[in-house]
Design a protein around this ligand. Structure first.
Ligand SMILES: Nc1nc2c(ncn2[C@@H]2O[C@H](COP(=O)(O)OP(=O)(O)OP(=O)(O)O)[C@@H](O)[C@H]2O)c(=O)[nH]1
Ligand SMILES: [Mg+2]
Length: 262
């Protein structure tokens, strides 16, 4: 990636989308091709966790053929959040102004990225492609998955007071200033709960989050990496964060009451 030579996208500067991959050999070239066609001004950073199916080699071939594509190889599968954190650090160091997230399995459609870019141009600090705002939808999801996602989001809203409909979504655009303000280095969640963690931190920092409706399409090829343990980890951490928030609120109000008594 010759940084200086990369194009700027109107009104937004230099943009890179981070694509995390684990065993996406049948999807990667297809999604990279669609992304390049839909948004020729946007660069791509693949973060592969040593996929045994050869996804890393496909990524290398794509990078060799196209200066807009770059690859980070990690040696072990260490979770979606850890892969994103690594990719974001590389993107920040490379000087990008906007850093995006997208699944590599076709669930997030590159053709819908334009609407997310528009919301960022309107002034948002983080834009989320959302399944659960009016106009958003999912295609080919079993009822069980829909209930898990809707239920998880309801739990996040109730416990953390996060006022977004799809806090767990992974189709996003961050301004670099957002990642700087929320202290990316201090983010510890390594699994899928990273998504909830990032939006919670963004709102807590007083920044603006906008949701844009998207159509989420269930993957056609390859296997899902979502598992019971992923859901359990999210449930556990959101509960811990929620209780911590409550304890902090109680501590603050006790301090206030103590101060008024003096
Ligand atoms: N680098 C890396 N990528 C991962 C890891 N886990 C998942 N991914 C990628 O993250 C994206 C989302 O994972 P999916 O398995 O599609 O999970 P999901 O979209 O929540 O689940 P489905 O709807 O069932 O597809 C895909 O591009 C995966 O290849 C990981 O540990 N490391
Ligand atoms: Mg998926």
């Amino acid at each position: 990636m010759n940084e200086a030579a990369r194009p700027h996208v109107d009104g937004l500067g230099r943009i890179v989308v981070v694509l995390p991959t684990y065993n996406e050999v049948d999807n990667l070239a297809w999604i990279v091709g669609r992304l390049r066609a839909a948004q020729p001004g946007i660069d791509i950073l693949v973060v592969d966790d040593g996929s045994p199916d050869g996804t890393g080699a496909v990524a290398d071939e794509l990078a060799a053929a196209d200066p807009a594509v770059r690859v980070v190889h990690r040696t072990v599968k260490a979770g979606l959040g850890a892969a994103y954190k690594h990719g974001f650090r590389v993107a920040l160091d490379a000087g990008y102004d906007v850093i995006g997230e997208m699944d590599a399995d076709g669930s997030h459609q590159p053709e819908q990225l334009g609407a997310l870019l528009d919301a960022l141009r309107d002034g948002a600090d983080l834009v989320i492609g959302s399944r659960w705002v009016p106009g958003g939808s999912v295609v080919n999801w079993p009822l069980r998955r829909e209930l898990l996602s809707r239920g998880g989001n309801l739990y996040v809203r109730l416990l953390l007071g996060v006022k977004v409909r799809d806090a767990t979504a992974g189709f996003r655009l961050f301004r670099r200033t957002t990642l700087e303000k929320i202290h990316l280095e201090s983010v510890e969640s390594t699994g899928y709960v990273f998504q909830t963690d990032m939006v919670t931190r963004t709102l807590a920092a007083g920044l603006t989050v906008r949701e844009v409706p998207i159509e989420f399409v269930e993957r056609v090829r390859g296997d899902s990496k979502m598992s019971g343990s992923v859901a359990t980890e999210s449930l556990k951490l959101v509960t811990v964060w929620g209780l911590r928030q409550r304890a902090e609120q109680v501590r603050r109000s006790l301090r206030r009451t103590g101060g008024a008594g003096r």
